[in-house]
Write a protein that binds this ligand. Sequence first.
Ligand SMILES: NC(=O)c1ccc[n+]([C@@H]2O[C@H](COP(=O)([O-])OP(=O)(O)OC[C@H]3O[C@@H](n4cnc5c(N)ncnc54)[C@H](O)[C@@H]3O)[C@@H](O)[C@H]2O)c1
Length: 323
Amino acid sequence: MFWWKHKRALVIGASGFCGTHLCEALHQKGAHVIAFDRAEPNWKLRVPFERGDILDFSALRLLLERHPVDVVFHLAAQPIVSTSIILPLETMQTNVVGTFNVCEAIRLSSTRPPLVFASSGAFYGATNATEAIGEDDPAQEAANIYAPTKAAADLAVRSYAKTYGLPFAVCRWMNTYGEGDLNWSRVVPATFRRANVGLPGLIAATDGTNVLELLHVRDMVEAYLRVAENIERPKVKGEAFNFGGGEPLVLKDVVERITRAWNEATGQDVPETPEILGGRVQSAKYLDIAKAKRVLGWEPKIDLDEGLRHAAQWYQAEMGPLK
Ligand SMILES: NC(=O)c1ccc[n+]([C@@H]2O[C@H](COP(=O)([O-])OP(=O)(O)OC[C@H]3O[C@@H](n4cnc5c(N)ncnc54)[C@H](O)[C@@H]3O)[C@@H](O)[C@H]2O)c1
């Protein structure tokens, strides 16, 4: 708790779902937070905000000189898989070139603050793993363009750390959910949105037997903080860490649990069995979080059903009827 008192943190991608939660947690812990994003702050961002684009290298350089910080969190991205297929070059520009810009702006800055980077389980590409995936498993090809952009950025951040001896580290996340996520293509917001109009969840791309995992955004924030607090340690500097819910889940059960949570939180009676339109897709991805537990003492704390019920309350109360 006291570690953050009066520390200065820059959060890039602060207007987004995860960035907003991270800014809020840092602020509550007593840190001085500068939020940076190309989009206006939405929802509940309560810290000083600077508007700018990570593709504008000069703006990043100026930002770092105007705000000498103790740590930079870089979360800005085009994070939607379906958008990456429609806009591959834009996705590459933001996710890869933008991340190089952040690394290079830090390298050239007078203070060279540590960097914590938001990577993704997408790093591991299209997998059908029977066991949890470890950090040393290789990046693989995927059936989308988002994955290689995150893999390239992930490698760039760690290569910057090794080449220039900079205290940079990488966090690989799996599907994160919670209050405030307005990315409607993701399974939790998408299922709540349908539940709000009385419809069961929809699984369009698969038959629902694929395996995934979910992580609550507050567990994610705690992990970001642990990485930043420990980033100068040799076991953290230049390293990548997997973070996930720690439990493999089958998609159709997940969608059912999301709708059940909605019903329990709102008193509604939406059919819980999802509508399934897709065919069989061999896909299983869940991350081995042993390294995060061992090195950072981190593990997920928030029970999935409880986290979903809280999130359901937020979506109903804050968003109103989504018809
Ligand atoms: N939410 C998840 O489930 C999840 C899982 C794995 C990895 N991640 C990674 O975590 C990070 C945050 O994800 P999120 O869910 O909060 O996404 P989000 O879309 O809610 O937030 C991303 C933010 O980045 C900003 N941004 C995009 N391009 C920018 C640019 N060129 N310059 C400045 N700002 C820009 C957007 O305006 C947005 O506010 C991303 O890097 C994403 O790849 C998220």
